[in-house]
Every structure is written in C-alpha cells, then in structure tokens.
Write a protein that binds this ligand. Sequence first.
Ligand SMILES: Nc1nc2c(c(=O)[nH]1)N[C@H]1C(S)=C(S)[C@@H](COP(=O)(O)O)O[C@H]1N2
Ligand SMILES: [Mo]
Length: 241
Amino acid sequence: MNSRPPDAQGPPVGRRLLLAVLGAGAAAVAAAPALQRAMETGLGAVADKDPTGLTGLLPNGGGFRYYSVVSSVPRRSAADYRLTVDGLVDRPATYTLDSLRALPQTRLVRDVQCVTGWRVPETPFEGVRLSALLDAAGVRPGAKAVRFTCFDGAYSESLTLRQARRDDVLVALRMRDRPLGHSHGGPVRLYVAPMYFYKSAKWLSGITVTDSVRPGYWEELGYDVDAWVGRSNGRDDAPTV
Ligand SMILES: Nc1nc2c(c(=O)[nH]1)N[C@H]1C(S)=C(S)[C@@H](COP(=O)(O)O)O[C@H]1N2
Ligand SMILES: [Mo]
C-alpha cells in the first residue's frame, strides 16, 4: 500500500494523537488492506467500530486517509439526505441532494493537505459554491461567520463570512469525478480549497450563519481557526491554491 505515516511536525495535539494511534499496534496496520476493502465495499465493519482513531492511519484510496472522530457514522442515501441553511438569514432553507444537484456546479482541481502531513495532488472536487447558498438565504447585516455541523453528530467547523464567500469554497457533491462516497463524507461534504483538510467537514448537514466564529471540533483542541495551508498551525507546506 502506498500510505506513509503522517509526519510528526504537527501541533502538539496532533503529535499526541499520532502517538496514541501508533501505540495501538502494528498488527492493526498490517490489516489495513483488508479493512480498506471492507470500507470500499461498504461494509465499513472494522472502521466503524474503531473509537481510537486508528483508522486515520488507513488509506482511503488514492493516498487519502479515513478520518472520523466518532466510531460509527450513519449513512444518508440520496433520498434521505438533507442540508439545512439557517441562522442570521432572511430565507432559511432545506436542500435535498437533488435540489443541490440542480444548482450550478463548480469543479476545482487542487492539492489536498492534511495538517498531519500527508498531501494528495490535484484532486478534483465539484459542487455548489457556498456563496451561492448564502446568497440564496439572504445573509442579514451583522452576520460575521458560518458554522457547519455534520450528521455524524459530533464534528463541526467554522469560517468567517468573508472566507465562506470565497469562490474556492464548495458544498461538494463529487470528488475525483465520482459521487462522494460515505467514507469521504458523502453524500455531501464541505470543501475549503485553501485550508488544511480538517476544514472540509464530512457528512455536512447544517450551515448556520452566526454573529461570531465558534471554533470547530479540532479548533477547540488547539488547531488554528484560520487554517490557511502553509500559513497556520506552525507548518510551512506549499499553499494549495
Ligand atoms: N465530519 C468529519 N469531517 C472531517 C473529519 C472528521 O473526523 N469528521 N476529519 C477531517 C480531517 S482531519 C481530514 S484530514 C479530512 C479527511 O478526509 P477523508 O476521510 O476524505 O480523507 O476530513 C476532515 N473532515
Ligand atoms: Mo486531517
């Protein structure tokens, strides 16, 4: 397999997590190909029962690794997926997957960079510009930030309104020119091209416009809220945009 361990250049929290993961043992890592197959065939058996985060060391296909902060994530089919847009807006909305597909789609091809060190070159993402959903909702004066929530029930993210309106921030429906699979956060994830990949919340279910930035899951644990690749988290990676 073509995975390499995340480097240890990350912030202290990342290093502690990494050590915990490595401490969980080489046997499980050796089982990675089988686990990877299980995830790709949709069984997700072992990954969905691993509360240690060990699965973060596993490849998620094409150089990606699988990350989830919870041990099991419910599946949302095309039929039962919903995305709500609410908070400081004039027109709160609920989107189905079909209604997102019906909106103009933008395709971007950039590198993906995880804050733990791995990078995947030139990855196509495609979806609806977040700015389009914000414009449709009618952001009220005084709004300053956007909060993202996920149907895994635990993860969250945040952007300033200015960041959220960039044209390289997508509500992504496709990755690598295929519909987003469950392990990559499907059917819909956030994609924030210029920032470390933890900003790209998987299993996106809520977009709430707020009056101040509320730090996301990893940001509460010490990662930077302004997560520009190469200009944050004490790292000097080449920018992704
Ligand atoms: N809901 C949710 N989104 C998430 C995460 C997570 O644990 N839960 N991990 C983040 C991190 S740290 C990374 S590197 C990427 C991993 O995406 P992948 O599983 O598609 O490789 O998802 C980001 N989005
Ligand atoms: Mo990450």
